[in-house]
Design a protein around this ligand. Structure first.
Ligand SMILES: NC(=O)c1ccc[n+]([C@@H]2O[C@H](COP(=O)([O-])OP(=O)(O)OC[C@H]3O[C@@H](n4cnc5c(N)ncnc54)[C@H](OP(=O)(O)O)[C@@H]3O)[C@@H](O)[C@H]2O)c1
Length: 291
């Protein structure tokens, strides 16, 4: 099986490349400069030449606040780009594995009553910011494209590469004794290494359709930060603040827990979030010792 990894310079893309190397997969990886997915003709030519069996789309516009003003750019990558990949995959008969986000859901705290174990794959989508809307439009394009697909939603993505919440907290812990973190947005992290391993399991088990890959447990960002500081032994404390006090440009979901039941029913056991964090912290320590 030949894999093509798009957006391979990003957080998830780099973890995919690492996994592919370590598992001796036949793969080609392209960064944004090697293949711009907004260029329909180039996408088509590239896929026709490479003829992958599976395309893993890690390319995305992920700047949540900037998307509020760079709307066109967000839609070009997250909606049109996905459409181009899906059309080309259909033409060559490849499976398209695409990643989406918890931000496609409304994210109201009241939804916890309906989905106490997290939003299910089939829950109605109603994004509240531009990034979420662009990703939702990409989902619609993929589902309607007629290509074979795996649509995988992840949340609070953290890995050893790129920038993410865990790495930001570790950096701030070196500079400050106390860090302010919101305590009124609830969800659960997806760990990049785990997302990659589980995605490959879904592919190999011939599963298709929509799946959530997150970790088990519900927490607030403030709890997440607290656990990072405890694990790292920095002695830094968390000052709990509200989303209003943090005042980000784009509206964030108050509740964005993803239900992992469907994946579990498929025989793929979700990670507990604290175990996932411990494994990520080990990876980050290894990387620091190597550099
Ligand atoms: N990060 C999160 O917390 C989070 C949460 C939920 C879901 N997700 C989803 O998970 C997936 C992976 O996210 P991530 O954190 O790995 O994102 P990331 O680190 O921002 O990586 C995205 C990659 O896409 C590339 N890219 C941007 N525009 C492109 C284009 N037109 N053509 C080709 N490549 C392009 C970027 O390259 P340049 O840097 O060169 O632009 C970057 O390498 C995305 O679908 C994202 O929406 C992420």
């Amino acid at each position: 099986m030949n894999y093509l990894i798009t957006g391979s310079g990003g957080q998830l893309g780099q973890d995919w490349v690492r996994y592919a190397r370590r598992n001796n997969l036949n793969f080609t990886a392209v960064t944004s400069s090697g293949l711009d997915i907004t260029d329909k003709e180039k996408v088509h030519q590239f896929l026709k030449t490479e003829k992958p069996d599976v395309v893993i789309n890690c390319a995305a516009y992920t700047k949540v606040d900037q998307a509020e003003t760079e709307t066109e750019k967000a839609f070009a990558v997250n909606a049109d780009g996905v459409k181009h990949l899906a059309e080309s995959c259909r033409t060559i008969g490849a499976l398209l594995v695409h990643y989406s986000t918890d931000y496609v859901f409304a994210g109201n705290l009241a939804d916890r009553d309906t989905y106490p174990r997290g939003y299910t794959e089939e829950a109605p989508r109603n994004p509240s910011n531009i990034y979420g809307k662009s990703k939702h439009t990409g989902e619609i394009a993929l589902i309607g494209s007629g290509t074979e697909y795996l649509l995988i939603r992840v949340s609070w993505l953290c890995g050893r590469y790129g920038s993410n919440f865990v790495k930001t907290m570790l950096r701030l812990a070196k500079e400050r004794e106390e860090v302010s973190v919101v305590n009124d947005q609830f969800g659960s992290p997806s760990f990049a290494f785990d997302v990659v391993e589980k995605t490959d399991a879904l592919i190999r088990n011939n599963l298709r359709g929509t799946y959530h890959i997150s970790s088990n447990g519900e927490l607030a960002w403030a709890d997440f930060a607290d656990q990072v500081f405890q694990e790292s032994g920095t002695g830094t404390s968390v000052k709990q603040i509200s989303s209003e006090q943090f005042a980000a440009k784009a509206k964030r979901p108050a509740y964005s827990l993803l239900c992992n039941k469907k994946m579990e029913k498929a025989g793929i056991k979700p990670l507990d979030w604290k175990d996932g964090l411990s494994r990520l912290m080990k990876q980050l320590n290894e990387d620091e010792n190597l550099s």
